[in-house]
Design a protein around this ligand. Structure first.
Ligand code: G3I
Length: 366
């Protein structure tokens, strides 16, 4: 399907122009109808959004997936459906069907929607990478791509991961087609273009391995501070938190999140999962250890005022990227393969319901 708003089905018109109003109405209805003892019920009382990365296939054909998602969460993000390769595999030919399914589900259930991710070096078609040799055309391609996403979903999305994983572990800018073609300012250019395309949307810089202070996190901090100082619209920093090897002391993470919050940006935990393949013990003990890691991550999120969104990278263990990535079985999420809540779910719920800090100040933008 090509990008043609005039031919958009009714749900998509909702998802563009009128979606904000629909979502606002749905929010007020939800406040009264959200089932108690769900993650979203307790998260909302703290002014937190809690969500997952979703895929279109189970939204199309798995009722149990749909029901669990709608019951427990109040935000969804596109795991793969809005990556460049997914929506514009060939120049100017946009395919929105998968993302439309996700936006329609969010709209129908009064959930917030986050778009992931516009400018990244993975899931990038070869034709885009080749444009590094022709900077003016690459710049135009980036703007056109951002404009197309903004035109289609800008009215309905709350957050947008605009630039993803631009930093190397040593704190230098990652060597990507974007850097080679456009130079370091491609990051600022992407945020400026996204703001022009979707002025009401909160724009996010997202990266992995940045939760602890260190060269990479320091570099992201310096980048965001510089962007803000130049008036570039960046509103949140996403910390992915793919925890493949457990979790150490959380004190430094709290301090790190706090310093980002003090820059004036929201702090989001965007892609949380906790692999069990490297944890010690029997299968049952591994799940207990995993629950402890989730508990401690949630305690960071309930205690650092600037944290506004927490998302896991998938709903349940049968929808996790980790077995595919590591080549080993795993079970990194809050629900098992039959959608039953795991000890980790109960730990997260317990923190949200009972952690002693009480309700947090709400954010009117959420
Ligand atoms: O499941 C199929 C399998 O059936 C098939 O045989 C195989 C052949 O390649 O592909 C499998 O699908 C893969 C899928 O991950 C499985 O989860 C796709 O090829 C692969 O492209 C896809 O990778 C995605 C990856 O980003 C690259 O775009 C993951 O789904 C997705 O979870 C991952 O998400 C990223 C975030 O966007 C950014 N942060 C890191 C995070 C994890 O890598």
């Amino acid at each position: 399907m090509t990008a043609d708003l005039l031919n958009s089905p009714p749900l998509l018109l909702l998802a563009s122009a009128a979606a904000s109003a629909v979502l606002a109405l749905a929010d007020s209805a939800r406040a009264q109808t959200t089932a108690p003892d769900t993650l979203q019920h307790w998260a909302a009382r703290r002014g937190l959004l809690i969500g997952v990365a979703v895929a279109p296939r189970p939204l199309r054909d798995d009722d149990a997936y749909r029901q669990l998602l709608a019951r427990e969460f109040n935000i969804v993000t596109t795991e793969n459906a809005l990556k460049w390769q997914s929506i514009q595999p060939r120049p100017g030919e946009f395919t929105w069907d998968d993302a439309d399914v996700i936006v329609a589900f969010a709209t129908e259930h009064g959930m917030k929607f986050r778009s992931h991710c516009a400018v990244w070096h993975h899931a990038l078609p070869d034709w885009v990478a080749a444009l590094a040799a022709d900077p003016p055309r690459m710049r135009q391609a980036m703007r056109d791509h951002i404009d197309a996403i903004g035109a289609r979903y800008g009215g309905g999305m709350t957050y947008w991961d605009v630039v993803n994983e631009a930093m190397e572990d040593d704190g230098t800018l990652r060597d990507t087609p974007w850097l080679r073609g456009l130079g370091p300012d491609y990051i600022a250019e992407a945020f400026v273009a996204a703001h022009a395309a979707a002025p009401a949307v909160k724009l996010v810089y997202n990266d992995y391995g940045t939760e602890y202070p260190g060269p990479k996190s320091d570099a992201v901090y310096a980048l965001v501070r510089d962007l803000l100082g130049r008036g570039v619209p960046v509103h949140a920093v996403g910390f992915q938190m793919h925890l493949l090897h457990g979790l150490g002391d959380t004190g430094p993470i709290k301090a790190n999140f706090q310093r980002f919050a003090e820059l004036g940006v929201q702090v989001h935990v965007t892609e949380l999962d906790v692999a069990i393949q490297n944890l010690e013990g029997t299968p049952a003990r591994k799940l207990e250890r995993q629950a402890d890691v989730y508990r401690r991550v949630m305690e960071i999120c309930t205690r650092v005022e600037g944290v506004t969104v927490v998302q896991t990278w998938g709903l349940s263990d049968n929808h996790s990227w980790i077995p595919w990535f590591t080549g080993k079985p795993d079970a990194a999420l809050l629900f098992d393969e039959t959608y039953q809540p795991k000890p980790a779910y109960h730990a997260v719920l317990d923190v949200l319901a009972h952690d002693g800090q009480g309700p947090r100040a709400g954010d009117s933008s959420r």
